[in-house]
Design a protein around this ligand. Structure first.
Ligand code: NAD
Length: 500
């Protein structure tokens, strides 16, 4: 049964979608399955195949077999296929959005619809870039023609997390396939359903074996994928800890690796930005409406001492108005945390904050023990003030709605604290003074700094991390060229003539 057939009925029976290998919907070789839960209700909604190393081998061999033909399809034709996928995804945006909301707990209105729509946009973006896979000519003199070709790498092994499962999968599939590679993508165990729907759409328009999607647990099928000898490129999005394992697997075979990893992003507010628009921006950049389960969450808020209390008052007032509840309800702003493990982890951080004699709780705290919210993994948006930048809650990626506010006096001190992190993914600066804003943006050690806005990534961004937040860029034309092609130089001696 395909994912569409398996997911049209929204309640009742468990869905039992299969994985996509070599154009066929298949179970795992062992027949074992994995349960997928609706985190807002703590109820199982699906059983998906639990792939192991043999299934990975099947998928990688299918991708390797499809590669010689796919890599020779004219780029413009590959691009056309991606554009058809974009159209088909757009036609199914609402279905896809509802599935994402159901399995991730992300609110349909504020999050899942945007993710589904962006997924179509990303296919359209890369589809239009297919003819840009250009090489260069190198001026070595009149007697020599030296040029480069952008060639695909072969089989890409891609591994994604659950927080924006479909968009992050599209960000691997679209550039990889556009550049002429074939791909085996491992979906996250907590959120495979939207990705399987995406696979269904890709299957309609691409030859078999070009896109393969497997489901299962990290050590059981992610690791064999990372270690498979036929995989010629690894592309991983997830935690820094697992990223290190993937990088070491890549090192063993010397295959290129792109890593999009964790973050603990700073948000620096100058005194002249003590205004409502900046407060709204801080709420957006903290990704409260995605339960802050975002790698780019601006979760360390550096406020100038002269505005510390008044800015926080406005922030608490506005954040308190966000409605926490059923992700499928159109009135809901904030949905639920993804699973029990992550929920307990977030509660552990909140508990530590409550016990800390130094930090002050301004809003939120531990989740309610009864009432409708206790039925799911609902975490309260929580703000601690008077925090120190050295505190565990200010240094570790919580991946939940816990914001720490830290006081600063002078710009150099704010920048020093902002950079005092082993992460370097995103950052936010809030000020009317554009010179100061740009000076600060340039001084911050992060791959993406936004001044006076807290938006999400858009196709075309050169997006990726500094320090332990990652290596490589995938979101843009340069990302596709750098991450999914390899350059070959061909040099021809023009002095040799046919008379020889
Ligand atoms: P995770 O690292 O636990 O899992 C990510 C993926 O890796 C999953 O598919 C998982 O099954 C797989 N995996 C687990 N162990 C593995 C192993 N030993 N070998 C191979 N694969 C393995 O991360 P998560 O909890 O799913 O996601 C949250 C993390 O992802 C956060 O740290 C977040 O910051 C990060 N993230 C980063 C970006 C970015 O663009 N930089 C985007 C989204 C999420």
């Amino acid at each position: 049964m395909t994912i569409a057939a398996a997911t049209t009925d929204a309640g009742g029976d468990l869905r039992r979608p299969l994985m996509l290998i070599d154009g066929d919907w298949v179970a795992s070789g062992t027949g074992r399955t994995l349960s997928v839960e609706n985190p807002a209700k703590r109820k199982p909604i699906a059983e998906v195949p639990r792939a192991d190393a043999d299934d990975v081998d099947r998928a990688v061999k299918a991708a390797a077999a499809a590669f010689p033909k796919w890599s020779k399809v004219a780029p413009r034709d590959r691009g056309r296929m991606l554009l058809r996928i974009a159209d088909a995804l757009e036609a199914r945006t609402e279905e896809l959005a509802r599935l994402i909301a159901l399995e991730t707990g992300n609110a349909l209105r504020t999050q899942a619809r945007g993710e589904a729509a962006l997924s179509g946009d990303i296919f359209r973006y890369f589809g239009g870039l297919a003819s840009e896979l250009k090489g260069e000519t190198i001026p070595l003199g009149e007697q020599v023609l030296s040029y480069t070709r952008r060639e695909p790498l072969g089989v890409v092994g891609a591994i994604v997390p659950w927080n924006a499962p479909v968009m992050l999968s599209v960000l691997k599939i679209a550039p990889a396939v556009c550049a002429g590679n074939c791909i085996v993508l491992k979906a996250a165990e907590d959120a495979p359903l939207g990705v399987l729907l995406l696979a269904e759409v890709c299957r309609e328009f691409l030859p078999k074996g070009v896109v393969n999607v497997i489901t299962g647990i990290g050590p059981e099928c992610g690791e064999p994928l990372a270690r498979h000898p036929l995989v010629r490129k690894l592309s991983f999005t997830g935690s820094t800890g697992v990223g290190k394992l993937v990088m070491s697997a890549a090192a063993e075979r010397i295959v290129p690796v792109s890593l999009e990893l964790g973050g603990k992003s700073p948000s620096i507010v100058y005194p002249d930005a003590n205004e409502d628009w900046a407060v709204d921006g801080v709420i957006a950049s903290m990704r409260f409406t995605r339960q802050s389960q975002s790698c780019t969450a601006g979760s360390r808020l550096f406020l100038h001492e002269s505005i510390f209390d008044s800015f926080l008052q406005k922030l608490v007032d506005k954040t308190s108005k966000l409605k926490l509840g059923d992700p499928m309800d159109e009135a809901t702003d904030i949905g639920s945390i993804i699973n029990e493990k992550q929920f307990k982890c977030v509660c552990g951080y909140v508990d530590e904050g409550l016990r800390s004699p130094d930090a002050t709780l301004l809003m939120g705290g531990l989740p309610p023990q009864d009432g409708p919210l206790s039925e799911g993994y609902f975490a309260m948006p929580t703000i601690f003030a008077q925090a120190s930048n050295d505190w565990r809650l200010a240094q570790e990626e919580i991946f939940g709605p816990v914001l720490v506010a830290i006081r600063w006096k002078d710009e150099a001190e704010a920048i020093r604290m902002a950079n005092d992190s082993h992460y370097g993914l995103a950052a936010y600066v809030w000020t009317h003074d554009i010179g100061r804003g740009l000076r600060t943006a340039h001084a911050i050690e992060s791959g993406w700094v936004q001044v006076n806005q807290g938006l999400g990534q858009m196709p075309g961004h050169s997006y990726g991390g500094y320090k332990q937040s990652g290596i490589g860029r995938e979101f843009s034309l340069e990302g596709m060229l750098d991450s999914f092609t390899q350059k070959k130089n061909v040099t021809v001696n023009l002095q040799v003539t046919g008379a020889l």
